[in-house]
Design a protein around this ligand. Structure first.
Ligand code: GAL
Length: 462
């Protein structure tokens, strides 16, 4: 077979998931409650088909077999997250020994099967007790997070060498404090910006702790969903709209993480509108001195914007959307099964931006993938023939390959996700996995893309 797209030696091939979305066992093994358990218990109707986080895909009980399935499809790396409320029920204080055993088992099993564990500390799942005292608005929660991070490094850092502080930290800001799709369902931009800022303080503290341990072959980073904001046209008004969008949704986390400081333009904008978060003495230095070692990039779809068509209602709450309108480009390519635009070149544009404006920071694609509703309609002879997913991955890999050829520092590609998992409010509506999961029996079945990916990983290209 001739390989047209060969990737650099040692390229990371695998997939990613998170604790709440995959483990299940939400009330087993001594786990405490997190905001998802609580929100589902109080408002189950807000979750697709009324499915909650209690059992999800049952990785907690099936991890051994699942790791064999990963191995079968050529994974050399895999990202999971630790559930804070499982490791430290309540979020502060004593470690739960059953959780330590579980995560030790998973990590050991992965390593025994030549799959490198990438471990993330926070994937949207705030322990309930900490949310009750203010969540990321509270400095006490930052301290609790720092201790949780330190504990995790102590417990698992002898074997785990790739750490992440947060996955898509902007999403709890958007979901929980602006657009009402995460608990606590607050709509208040000022509080949202405080949450965003405090998250970065927590991040920098965890980086500081990790670096103080001087683990020679260890790296710590953050995972950001970088969504290029393409302007409708080169009209200055459209360019301004896309620049503001980029400041709010990309640079708000990317700049402090990689450069150790916030973009001046963003600070000025928030100041003009009386939206600046409270800061403390020492924060600036903390951010400056604790930049990341490497970056995970999640990319699903582009954002297209145009200048605002109507003035914002002055009585409506302040929103980033006061400065731009979303733009539906005529003829854009769509994933019709999920309603998202597909724009493969976005991955290249992100990488070039990192190369040219962020010191070519070491990075990898930590999530990319295609959600599809009712995938069962594509079953032939018992297998989901997901050629659309193969095309999707291929298209993105081709652009990633080009970026690498042009000097971008990308080290791997992880699909979202390994097996169909629970997608927050969407529950099991959109399926993303290499393996499908039967929700009644929990049986796993490889999709066609899984077989295809095995070849890609084995040949280090396609
Ligand atoms: C990402 C997120 C994941 C997963 C995925 C697919 O933004 O990190 O948790 O839900 O979207 O919807």
């Amino acid at each position: 077979m001739s390989i047209q797209y060969k990737f650099p030696d040692g390229f990371w091939w695998g997939s990613a998931t998170s604790a709440t979305q995959m483990e299940g066992a939400a009330s087993e093994g001594g786990k405490g409650l997190n905001i998802w358990d609580h929100w589902y218990a109080t408002e189950p109707n807000r979750f697709f088909d009324g499915v909650g986080p209690e059992t999800t895909s049952d990785f907690y009980n099936k991890y051994k077999k699942d790791i064999q399935l990963m191995k079968q499809i050529g994974h050399n790396s895999f990202r999971l997250s630790i559930s804070w409320s499982r490791l430290i029920p309540g979020g502060e204080g004593e470690v739960n020994p059953e959780a330590v055993t579980f995560y030790n088992n998973v990590i050991d099993e992965l390593i025994e099967n030549d799959i490198e564990p990438f471990v993330n500390l926070f994937h949207f799942d705030m322990p309930l007790e900490l949310q009750d005292i203010g969540g990321w608005e509270s400095r006490r929660v930052i301290d609790a997070y720092e201790q949780y991070a330190q504990k995790s490094f102590e417990l698992f850092g002898d074997r785990v060498k790739k750490w992440f502080t947060f996955n898509e930290p902007i999403v709890p800001v958007e979901g929980g404090y602006l657009y009402d799709f995460h608990y606590p369902n607050v709509v208040d931009a000022k509080r949202a910006f405080q949450v965003a800022y405090n998250t970065m303080i927590a991040h920098a503290k965890a980086v500081q702790v990790y670096h103080s341990l001087n683990v020679e072959d260890g790296q710590i980073g953050i995972i950001l969903n970088l969504t290029p904001s393409y302007p409708r046209s080169s009209n200055p008004a459209d360019l301004k709209a896309s620049n503001i969008c980029d400041l709010f949704f990309n640079r708000s986390f990317l700049d402090p993480a990689v450069k150790g400081e916030y973009p001046t333009e963003l600070v000025q904008l928030l100041e003009e509108h009386g939206q600046l978060p409270e800061t403390e003495v020492g924060d600036k230095e903390l951010l400056k001195n604790n930049i990341i070692d490497f970056l995970g990039v999640n990319y699903y779809q582009p954002r297209r914007v145009k200048s605002k068509e109507t003035l914002p209602n002055p009585y409506s709450p302040f929103m980033p959307d006061w400065f731009f309108d979303n733009y539906e480009m005529p003829g854009r390519k769509m994933n019709p099964y999920r309603g998202w635009e597909i724009y493969e070149k976005g991955i290249y544009d992100i990488m070039i931006n990192l190369r040219d404006n962020y010191g070519n920071v070491e990075s990898f694609i930590s999530e990319n993938g295609m959600g599809v509703q009712d995938e069962a309609r594509f079953i032939k002879d018992g297998r989901i023939e997901d050629d659309y997913r193969i095309d999707f991955i291929k298209g993105h890999l081709e652009w990633l390959h080009k970026a690498i050829n042009e000097g971008c520092n990308a080290k791997g590609y992880h699909l979202w996700t390994f097996l169909d998992n629970w997608s927050w409010m969407n529950a099991y509506k959109n399926r993303y996995g290499f393996y499908s999961v039967n929700l009644e029996t929990k049986e796993r079945t490889a999709k066609k893309s899984a077989t295809w990916f095995t070849d890609v990983s084995t040949n280090n290209g396609f």
